[in-house]
Design a protein around this ligand. Sequence first.
Ligand code: HEM
Length: 495
Amino acid sequence: MDISNSETTLLITLLSVLLIVWFLKSKEPLKGRLPPGPPALPILGNLFQMDVKAPHKSLIKLSEHYGPVFTIWFAGFPAVVLCGFEAVKEGLIERGHDFSGRYLFPVLKKISNGYGVAFSSGERWKQLRRFTLSTLRNFGMGKRSIEERIQEEAQFLVTAIRSKKEIPFSPNFPLRCAVSNIICSIIFGERFEYEDKTFLTMMERIAGISQALSSPSVQIYNNFPKIMDFLPGSHQRLFQNVADLRNFLNKNIQSHKESFQKDLPRDYIDCFLIKMEEEKHKPDSEFIHENLLMSTMNLFLAGTETSSTTLQWAIQILVRYPQIQEKIYQEIYEVIGSRRRPAIEDRAKMPYTDAVIHEIQRYIDLAPMGIPHMTMSNIEFRGYLIPKGTFVVPLLSTVLKATSQWETPKSFNPNHFLDENGCFKKNESFMAFSAGKRMCLGESLARMELFLFLTTLLQNFVFNSVIDHNDIDISPASSGILVTPRVYKFCAIPR
Ligand code: HEM
């Protein structure tokens, strides 16, 4: 009996040890089977291997050593980086659902708390994305289509630029106002004069948020939020700008609540309020105030900065290459003429212009790291085990500039999108809007804006610079979340 007791004790002890080992092993291998990567320091991770002024460049360099899928460490959390066409396609398209989450960096968590279409995941994101896409698509935005709104705004832009009277000016401000007015009319149902005080304040806040998001101080915040919360820096200005924008949007939503009519939605906010009303008895409805506020903020920010920065780049590149600017004008002249407003149906007849716009987007590589993705469950990928909730970086830059996919990836070359007969040629490596389930929600709006604004401007003006065009530097001024151009003044000479 004694022996049997000690045997039982031994057996129980052995079983417990085995259970503990199994439990620890079941957690460890997951960590242990992350893709390889550079050795990381405790607490600091790979912070010192990152160029805070151009993080994507550090990642590209690391991929040369560690291959298309590798891991880097931030303070306490890993990021799996996908590089090159094959890996990004496999992750975002073929394994779309697995990688469809949005990883919330501390700064994004503090700003959004996981609400809104751009920073939510799972069921909340699915519902908000479906609703937002169908609202943008079906609404046709009320009485007038989005196309008409852009055409009308393009004329306001021409008037604003004509008022410069050929004096050198930076086109950045009027371009940002024009583009922002499109998203304003979709969200709020109104456009603003370029001198309107409230509008100008909001433009400043948006520019401030976009600059701060790429600042070194925000990158340090993402590593050490608890300490940085008490320290001064651009991250504090970022939070203040977001608070101001929230105030502005909240006031706007309130005035919509007071005036909206169920059967006559005027804009995105009205449509969302109607949906809130329909689902007010559903306890788990995602159509709640915080999701309205954050989705509106997402659209306002994403819809202003991206297209307007692309147009700034476009003008700069076309001044740098006057012969390309002239060739586009010839196509405009032949297809549209000098009086009729450019329309979206003209695009199919203007392969050269279409190719140049695509090449501008490829070359500038506006969002080189996309927006952070996240794994939705424990997944096996290329022989590695990536745990649920891991931060994933689709390095779009390595697709847009892949030597295997483009003839001259480093130089500006519209032939990348033209076949031997001069017809427009698609390329599946064109991932400026990312790819898969989380691909840019505003892609078709953005493509309309780029075509209509650019053709209207070139129909009306020749853009040139006060310095020799060969001296215009078309390398980036800064490369954070968005890659921005250097600031030049240009003359707009009426045609
Ligand atoms: C040239 C212009 C634009 C570019 C290059 C661009 C690029 C991108 C990229 C790279 C993403 C990340 C996709 C991902 O997570 O994989 C994105 C997401 C997004 N974009 Fe754009 N974008 C542009 C214009 C716009 C416009 C005009 C809007 C306004 C409707 C917009 C709204 C959004 C939203 C809401 C998301 C988040 C989608 C989601 O999380 O499901 N974008 N965009």
